[in-house]
Design a protein. Sequence first.
Length: 269
Amino acid sequence: MKRTRFSAFICFLVFCIVTVLCGCQKEEKESDKKLPQIRVGGVVYEPYFYKDIDGEFTGIDVELAKEAFHRMGYEPVFVDVDIAKIDYALPEDIVDCLWSCYTMEEREDKYLWAGPYLYTRRVLAVKTDSDIKTIEDLEGKTIAVQANSMTEKIFLENMNPEIPTEYKLHTYRTVADAFTALRKGYVDAVGGHEATLGQYTAEYPEAYQYLNISLYRSKLGVAFAKDKDEQLVQKLTQTLNEMREDGTITEILTGYHLDVESNLYKEEE
């Protein structure tokens, strides 16, 4: 009787071990399955699309892309696109979509769009002792902007009639270069995205101040080439809407210290 019980125990133990091993193998096989990749292009632009100290892509749009595409069953692969070549990235099949604080205005018919999912504002930053307090104070001043940026376009094409007509515009390769020019006194103000300028002014509060003056507000979307799968684009829009409703986008914006009320896109608007 004892031998029978012992044999039964051994059989039960072997069964448990085999079950565990089979389960592990199944989990390994599931994890080995690779999702189809989708190439997400973006221009380096903090805090939306940039690389951290370890050289890994991060930022608001990177986090949104990872979450959205994983929900859709894709693995995003991020590609750094030169801002001067961004118009060729989709036609030349360098990337599958553009997703890095990319504004939809005046591009509505150029691409297939997922979104909009966020708003974006262009504002001003000045030195703490600056006499610039309002948009009218830009009269006769020298303003620095990033070359080929939406902010540059706002000034060059007079997109905001409240901006004075008499001013000088200097362009720089990066926003950091523009702030260097401000620090050295070469320019009187820096125009740019509120999140980017907010980061600089928060990091150097003794040197710069952020002016809550809206130069322009735009809608952000994810751009695809016109010949791409429309169902994929529609699915991404749906997924982004779900992420807005379940609080995912709010959580990501909060993590980057952006005001949710002024940045989160609302369909009713």
